[in-house]
Design a protein around this ligand. Structure first.
Ligand code: FMN
Length: 373
């Protein structure tokens, strides 16, 4: 899943979403949990760890409606695997409300893993029925559950019975183009006690190709009483509001766009309230990246931080003038400090209009490094 293609922002002029107020964009409830703003940070494996989630909260000034963890293996959780257990860590002062997503196929293990997530402080437990990865579906989990409807219904029912917090389910539109069954699956999991259904409008076989089909999202919303959250291809604040107006839909998930732009939830909020769109200048980018590195350092070993930082930096600077030169120089850095040396000078130069000079120095450095090598 880490190989999912990046999204290209669309021009949003045709959507008819101008500055607010947009009074129709309303909170919703997942059982007793209030989702104050209907925009959800999507679960993304290898991306949405606690540091990333908090970075979105920080960049977007606490306007993320709901945070969802990356998926966590029920095998790992119930066998006390350290890596899986570490994924349960979160900071309730920012990541609130928090949904913990779990994946697997075994009924008792799913129920047990849900209890472990609840005990760790999850306000919601989400069951992954959309992961297309062969290693997950081969073992009966992720999108494979959409082909095993009866087993899925039992799985949801048992899990709902095992915890006090609401259980939700995230599905795709179906397995393949000739087996679109999101509505049928949604009705079954609602009957089994699921209190929210998130729908990514692509089939398992599509992986991340083509376009997300929001008609399937609307079809699901028209056929269940619980809230439905749509997912797929939202790139801008305008688009998020436009998608939130999909008939019957309670909320919108934002995944890849938040990697490029963790300010997006704040920008949505600005638009809804008719405020001027917040300026994301170099100083702000630097502040958020530094905070991310610090938060990552709380939970992951120092040697792993440059890698995580590179991932975020690569997406965040996509399309920026001289962004590729920054990425090229920063990617060579071995330590977090050395990376920030490049990042800081770049963002300062961006704000002072001295990027040409910065680029010249970067090119000279590149030549010197290659001559020395
Ligand atoms: C790198 C990556 C990892 C993902 N991991 C998960 C996951 O762990 N659980 C899940 O339900 N969906 C996962 N997804 C799917 C997203 O939650 C979302 O449904 C999908 O990316 C479409 O939304 P977007 O266009 O806003 O990114 C992942 C997507 C990406 C790009």
């Amino acid at each position: 899943m880490a190989n999912a293609p990046e999204l290209t922002p669309t021009t949003s002029t045709a959507l008819g979403v101008g500055p607010g107020p947009h009074a129709d964009i309303a909170p919703f409830n997942i059982g007793p949990v209030r989702v104050q703003r209907p925009f959800v940070l999507a679960p993304m494996s290898g991306v949405t760890d606690s540091a990333f989630r908090r970075m979105c909260g920080l960049a977007s000034t606490d306007t993320v409606g709901l945070y969802v963890t990356e998926f966590i293996s029920i095998e790992g959780l119930t066998r006390a695997n350290m890596k899986s257990a570490a994924r349960l860590a979160f900071d309730a002062t920012i990541e609130n409300p928090l949904s913990v997503q779990i994946f697997g196929a075994e009924i008792e293990r799913m129920a047990n893993a849900a209890q472990i997530a609840q005990d760790a402080g999850a306000q919601i437990v989400d069951i992954n029925c959309g992961c297309p990865a062969p290693k997950v579906v081969k073992r009966g989990g992720g999108a494979e559950l959409m082909r095993q409807c009866d087993a899925l219904a039992r799985l949801v029912e048992r899990t709902v019975g095992a915890v006090q917090v609401p259980v939700t389910v995230k599905i795709r539109s179906g397995w393949g183009a000739d087996s679109i069954n999101a509505v049928q699956v949604a009705k079954m999991v609602e009957e089994a006690g699921a209190q929210m259904i998130a729908v990514h409008g692509r089939t398992r076989l599509q992986l991340y190709t083509g376009e997300a089909d929001w008609q399937v999202v609307a079809d699901v919303a028209a056929n269940v009483r619980v809230p439905v959250v749509g997912s797929g291809d939202v790139t801008t604040a305008e688009e998020a509001i436009w998608r939130a107006r999909t008939p019957g839909v309670a909320g919108v998930m934002i995944g890849r766009a938040a990697i490029m732009n963790p300010w997006i939830f704040g920008q949505i909020d600005d638009l809804i309230h008719g405020k001027p769109q917040r300026v994301v200048d170099g100083a702000e980018r630097l502040r958020v990246l530094r905070a991310f590195a610090e938060m990552a350092a709380e939970r992951i070993p120092a040697h792993a931080i440059p890698g995580r930082l590179k991932q975020v930096l690569a997406r965040m600077t996509k399309g920026m003038e001289f962004g590729s030169l920054l990425r090229e120089r920063a990617m060579r850095a071995q330590t977090t400090e050395a990376m920030f040396d490049w990042i800081e000078r770049f963002f300062v130069a961006a704000d002072t209009g001295e990027l040409e000079t910065w680029a010249e120095a970067a090119r000279v450095d590149a030549v010197q490094v290659s001559v020395a090598a």
